[in-house]
Design a protein around this ligand. Structure first.
Ligand SMILES: [Zn+2]
Length: 417
């Protein structure tokens, strides 16, 4: 009998039609968690407004709030008076997260600098640390040691030496299987297919989640930035590599196999330039800084002279600004490839907004008007306005804050439940 493929096999097994309902209770947050998250998102909110906003009855809100207060997760707080209340009597009482109810750490490991933040359960920054990263490939043991050092340094900065975080999340570039907690490939790690989540959990003595760093950038926007009010958006990051995070219905979309959106390794040229991943023609091989450095080495006529990549990029950028035609061509070519990548994002996902983020956006050729107009030209949207593209340059700690958001998400599930 011929193999009819997985789809035919699955449909043959199920009588009836229409999507099959998930197991009751799966993927549904408890009332406690929904109300806790609504309080955190508001900062401070009255019980009446909480009921109105979440759709839970006033009785359910009152009962659940009492329960959350009794377990030390939220507390009462005075709310600002509303206009017209005369300013007499007690100020109105609301609810807020009890900051000392929990603490998490977010860590970003890279090949330039490593950073970490400590956040309380309300998402407030308690401390941070930034340490230089070795520029060479590292063993798994070295990564574990770096992560441990960062967590300790950030806890020290927060005045919490020796405290056990309720959750730790770590982000790094490359291909990460979120569900299994494995790093399949990372451009600066010697080993591949590493069970890094479990190794870190054992080393750090706290529950750990790991994720691709571009996903964490999207989480940073969703929790702390431009994406808080948007139900779907994409974040494209350009640094040493090119990454993407996609939010759909206010949730990070990691794909069906837990690998996320690897825009940097989508192909823009058959048999094209060699990428760090070992394949050819990836977008990253034309846009990321190592691609620019590769071309700059020739354009600046450096021969065999060894020059620091950052210095070379700065020189290339300066020469482009001063009118060097060859240097300008390198940036404009990279910009055109970026336009192809952005147009593909628009065509595939139709996001409400694309946020461009990353250190390389200092090189404004990469988001010059020509790049954005080329993106529009490559996108077929008859009768519809072009997808807005915004530049959002954060400080160095944004990646770690995104990791902090993932850790908060994890800690909330376990503490609030
Ligand atoms: Zn690649």
């Amino acid at each position: 009998m011929p193999d009819t493929g997985p789809i035919q096999n699955r449909t043959a097994q199920s009588p009836g039609c229409g999507p099959l309902f998930p197991t009751p209770g799966s993927n549904v947050k408890s009332t406690r968690q929904q109300l806790f998250e609504a309080v955190r998102a508001a900062g401070a909110i009255s019980r009446v407004d909480l009921s109105r906003q979440t759709g839970f009855s006033p009785a359910t809100v009152t009962q659940t709030a009492a329960d959350l207060i009794a377990t030390g997760l939220i507390e009462e707080t005075d709310l600002p008076r509303r206009e017209g209340d005369g300013g007499r009597g007690r100020p109105p009482v609301g609810l807020k997260i009890r900051p000392c109810a929990g603490m998490v750490v977010g860590v970003k490991i890279s090949d330039r600098s490593n950073s970490a933040v400590v956040l309380d359960l309300a998402g407030q920054l308690l401390g941070s640390a930034t340490l230089p990263a070795p520029p060479t490939a590292r063993s798994t043991e070295e990564i574990l040691t770096e992560a441990e050092g960062l967590v300790q340094a950030a806890l020290q900065d927060a005045g919490r030496i020796g405290a056990r975080p309720d959750a730790i999340a770590l982000g790094l570039p490359g291909m990460v299987d979120f569900d299994l907690g494995r790093v399949l490939w990372c451009p600066f790690m010697e080993d591949s297919d590493i069970p890094l989540r479990d190794l870190l959990t054992a080393r750090l003595g706290a529950p750990v989640r790991i994720d691709n760093d571009a996903n964490l950038l999207a989480l940073a926007e969703l929790w702390f930035g431009e994406g808080r009010g948007l139900d779907n958006f994409a974040v494209v990051s350009i640094e040493h590599g090119v990454g993407m995070g996609l939010v759909i219905n206010h949730r990070l979309h990691r794909g069906g196999m837990g690998h996320g959106m690897e825009i940097g390794h989508t192909k823009v040229q058959l048999d094209g330039a060699l990428c760090r991943c070992g394949q050819r023609g990836c977008l990253e091989a034309y846009v990321a800084d190592y691609a620019l450095v590769r071309e700059a080495h020739t354009a600046l006529n450096l021969g065999h002279q060894s020059t620091c990549a950052d210095d070379m990029l700065e020189t290339l950028y300066r020469q482009a600004k001063e009118g060097n035609a060859l240097a300008r061509t390198i940036f404009s070519r990279a910009g055109r490839y970026l336009a192809v990548g952005l147009a593909n994002v628009v065509t595939l996902f139709d996001p409400a907004l694309i946020l461009l983020s990353g250190d390389r956006l200092r090189y404004d050729f990469l988001y010059a008007e020509e790049v954005l107009s080329e993106t529009r030209a490559l996108t077929h949207r008859p009768g519809r306005p072009p997808t807005p593209v915004e530049i959002h340059a954060w400080g160095d700690l944004v990646w770690a804050r995104g990791a902090g958001a993932l850790a908060l998400e994890f800690a909330t599930e376990t503490l609030v439940g």
